[in-house]
Design a protein around this ligand. Structure first.
Ligand SMILES: Cc1cc2nc3c(=O)[nH]c(=O)nc-3n(C[C@H](O)[C@H](O)[C@H](O)COP(=O)(O)O)c2cc1C
Length: 203
């Protein structure tokens, strides 16, 4: 059966470079994999009063999309030297309910940051990988995938996203290293670890 990678974008703007890179990344999936997408525009700010039985339908759908994916690929900008609030907000919704386990537990994830800047972007990437790990997921530890100076490297010609060869190689590598991890049994090991932690809470 074909494995699925869920693609999430940390920018909502229509002409987003990260959206363009995400579409290229989805096409780089190897045989035996298919892409799923989830538009984050409908996810409201986290509010514990509207969680649990009252959780919004968009949030329930998001949790289900993460749960049912074999891996997750984030394409996101950096805002003010940090992870965009949109992405942190998704992390907050995904982290609940925490018990018996949240939807991120055991989920392999890789991220690629695309930025207009010549030097920034890696802070956003690092932050996202740290949060994902705190939730019990697995963030691909290296390499750091950051496409800088997006304006000079990405264009659209006749509706097709064109990327400079080195940037395109980075996208292919970001997908390759995620797929390599999905092919291991990292999910089983992380789920067992999560269950051990939960059991220790009640003993
Ligand atoms: C509010 C805001 C803050 C930003 N801060 C950063 C930053 O800290 N580091 C960076 O590399 N780019 C920063 N940028 C520039 C983004 O790299 C650029 O807007 C990029 O195109 C956003 O991604 P998108 O095209 O997918 O929307 C910022 C942009 C905005 C709108």
């Amino acid at each position: 059966m074909s494995k699925s990678i869920l693609f999430l974008c940390g920018s909502l703007r229509a002409d987003s470079f990260n959206k363009k890179v995400m579409s290229v990344a989805a096409k780089a999936l190897p045989k035996g994999y298919h892409a799923e997408f989830f538009d984050l525009a409908a996810i409201p700010p986290y509010n514990a009063d509207h969680d649990g039985a009252d959780a919004p339908a968009s949030v329930l759908a998001l949790r289900e999309a993460i749960s049912s994916a074999d891996g997750v690929f984030w394409s996101t900008p950096e805002y003010n030297y940090a992870l965009p609030g949109l992405v942190k907000n998704v992390i907050d919704w995904a982290s609940r309910p925490m018990l018996p386990q949240n939807c991120v537990v055991g989920k392999p994830m890789n991220a690629l940051v695309t930025t207009m800047s010549a030097t920034n972007g890696v802070r956003s990437l690092t932050e996202l990988k740290i949060y994902w790990g705190h939730l019990g997921g697995f963030s691909v530890p290296q390499p750091d995938c950051v496409i800088t100076q997006a304006g000079a490297k990405i264009s659209v010609v006749d509706g097709e996203v064109i990327m400079e060869p080195a940037a395109l190689q980075q996208v292919a590598l970001a997908i390759r290293v995620l797929v390599n991890i999905v092919e291991t049994d990292v999910s089983g090991a992380l789920e067992a670890n999560w269950a051990a932690v939960v059991a220790s809470l009640s003993s």
